[in-house]
Design a protein around this ligand. Structure first.
Ligand SMILES: Cc1cc2nc3c(=O)[nH]c(=O)nc-3n(C[C@H](O)[C@H](O)[C@H](O)COP(=O)(O)O)c2cc1C
Ligand SMILES: C=C(O[C@@H]1CC(C(=O)O)=C[C@@H](OP(=O)(O)O)[C@H]1O)C(=O)O
Length: 388
């Protein structure tokens, strides 16, 4: 299975194609649109989200709500395109009128300058339109499709915000995906500890007033993956490595770790390895999960725990120094409308790319042509490893 997205932030639409997804999966469109709405939400978002109302339309691979096994083709309209229709017109030739709003003062932390150098663009809008995280809306739609398959395979997944800027909000350790989901529904920060909400709102408000921005840490937890997904045999078959690439492939992600992550480096081995236990009803388990569910690039049957570190949003209303591409004068960087923090929507995006990567692995390990056969093969495999 693999996917491709296309489309510029203020272009007519985002387009996505997902190839290799099993036939016979009944898709709940409302659930996909609910995920798109969740990605638009969260405290600290900018004004673009007041304009957009993301909804997916299927234009291939789906018949009467059921996947056909042929490529799934999806589109999401950019409502804001109506304000940019001349500037972002794919067809009409460039004129002084439709090349307004050129970007000549590259923003530090964005793809602007290097993208311009590499592709020989003089108007950096040609870079920012595609490097914008607007594209993640399509990854969320594709991820929502994959989440529905995971559900049919009894695999549970969720993501939450564990840190915003300097404030860790991770003091209450949840016990299960279901418990995490219940807590998240109660606030607009996707944090588990409800007592921290007011404090974080204040932090975001203050940061916005100062013309500055915030990053944070996201955690994704996946339950009930069978042991043995991925392989120790070659570097490029390790599933933890594939997940790390998918996570860092999301805009603004600067770090990824599993389980105790970087903290494990400062602990003793005896504090970090997860002791092996065996029980007739449960089969092979571990009495802890410091390693985040991976050994040798393979799932070990414990919950997978992935942490993603997001840098602060690079566009600053109190802009940093830059240099004008045309005049070479030192000037303030371009200021485009922007979020103060996007840690909340990013948590939905990280969940989505994790779901896509897991479905890619599962459909590559078992026969992914048809849902029922896949379910049967996975059930047989689960039985086999339990009895190992
Ligand atoms: C959901 C989401 C929303 C984002 N919103 C903004 C934004 O409003 N303004 C901005 O400057 N960067 C935003 N970013 C981050 C930039 O897209 C990203 O930092 C930039 O493209 C450079 O890529 P890099 O940080 O991966 O190197 C957002 C990222 C995500 C995941
Ligand atoms: C459009 C989205 O996020 C955008 C991501 C983004 C960036 O630079 O990444 C910059 C902003 O774009 P604009 O200037 O159009 O408001 C965000 O709004 C979205 O998430 O749907």
């Amino acid at each position: 299975m693999h996917y491709l997205t296309a489309g510029e932030s203020h272009g007519p639409q985002l387009t996505g194609i997902l190839e290799g997804f099993p036939a016979g999966v009944k898709l709940d469109l409302a659930q996909i649109n609910q995920q798109l709405a969740a990605r638009q939400g969260g405290y600290g978002r900018g004004n673009r989200q007041k304009i957009e109302h993301d909804q997916v339309t299927f234009v291939g691979g789906l018949r009467h709500q059921v996947t056909l096994g042929s490529p799934l083709a999806m589109v999401i309209k950019n409502i804001d395109h109506s304000h940019w229709s001349k500037i972002m017109d794919p067809i009409s030739p460039a004129t002084p009128e439709n090349t307004l709003r050129q970007v000549e003062r590259p923003r530090p932390g964005h793809a602007d300058l290097v993208g311009g150098m590499k592709y020989r663009h003089q108007d950096l809008r040609n870079v920012l339109e595609r490097s914008s995280a607007r594209e993640t809306a399509m990854r969320v739609a594709i991820g929502a499709v994959c989440k529905q398959l995971l559900e049919q395979l009894d695999i549970k997944l969720t993501g939450y915000v564990a840190q915003i800027g300097p404030l860790s909000v991770d003091s209450k350790q949840p016990t299960s995906v279901t418990e995490i989901d219940q807590q998240l529904q109660q606030n607009d920060l996707r944090i588990i500890d409800q007592t921290q909400v007011a404090k974080i709102h204040d932090l975001i408000d203050q940061t916005k007033r100062a013309g500055d921005t915030l990053g944070g840490v996201i955690r994704v937890v996946v339950e009930n993956l069978p042991a043995g997904l991925g392989s120790y045999t070659s570097w490029n078959t390790k599933l933890d490595a594939k997940l790390a690439a998918a996570v860092v492939g999301v805009n603004a992600m600067k770090g990824v770790s599993f389980g105790d992550g970087f903290a494990a480096a400062s602990h003793l081995g005896s504090q970090v390895m997860d002791p092996i236990v065996w029980q007739p009803e449960l089969g092979w388990k571990r009495s802890s999960d410091h390693l985040g569910g991976f050994e040798g690039g393979m799932t070990n049957g414990m919950p997978v725990i992935i942490n993603a570190a997001m840098k602060p949003i690079p566009t600053l209303y109190k802009a940093l120094p830059s240099v004008n591409l045309k005049t070479r004068e030192v000037q303030k960087a371009n200021v485009e409308r922007s979020d103060t923090t996007a840690i909340v929507p990013a948590s939905i995006v990280i969940e989505s790319v994790v779901a896509i990567t897991l479905v890619e692995e599962i459909t590559g390990t078992f026969d992914g042509s048809n849902l029922q056969r896949l379910q049967q093969q996975l059930a047989d495999y689960r039985k086999e490893i339990k009895e190992y």
